[in-house]
Design a protein around this ligand. Sequence first.
Ligand code: SIN
Ligand code: MN
Length: 228
Amino acid sequence: MGYTRPLTPGSLRVRNMVSADQFIQGFRFLPGYFDRSAQIDLLEALREAIAESPFYTPTMPRSGKPLSVRMTNLGPLGWVTDRDGGYRYQATHPVTGQPWPPIPAMVLDLWRKVADYEPPPEACLVNYYVPPARLGLHQDADERDFAAPVVSVSLGDSCLFRIGGRERASPTRSMKLSSGDVVILGGAARLAFHGVDRVHPGTSTLLAGRFAEGGRINLTLRRVTEPG
Ligand code: SIN
Ligand code: MN
């Protein structure tokens, strides 16, 4: 599998940490993958999709406690959570009842270039963080296919991202993710615990004028079912 490919020269820009690429096999960090003009194109494509499939506030299984991150999805399947149904994938938006809009071509193109996994992603979770929103340490484990990597894109304000190992108690490393950065969790890192400790307000102008509250958007691409 290609997850252990050597670092691209760009990834030497890893900041303030022992490179997580070396820390956990299968973790790849592609800083600045999307330049500013590509980020703008991507955000415009997202804006159209989000107008059709708006952000909503998901809730925790059992407790029904609201998450601080707002969410929507693109693609045939979307990841949702609520008090009664728990974590799951479904084909429709829980509020509008409509199918999720398609994953933009630019995003599918990213998958083709970096995932090293031929079948296309089925889910593109769109997380919207307006400070003080955060996302606790968790594993992406609701999929049936762990052979495919998780590919994620950061847009807007930078954040403090934390990644550890396959156990909740495994040691973790923190790193800054900035607008345009891509992270890949493949191989042994596919089930690594990860989360977002905080978003740094006002560190990017990308969302200003496009999303009134500023903040950070993250796209998470996943294969849900086993192909064939
Ligand atoms: C996630 O794990 O769902 C999102 C991670 C991120 O926002 O960078
Ligand atoms: Mn995740």
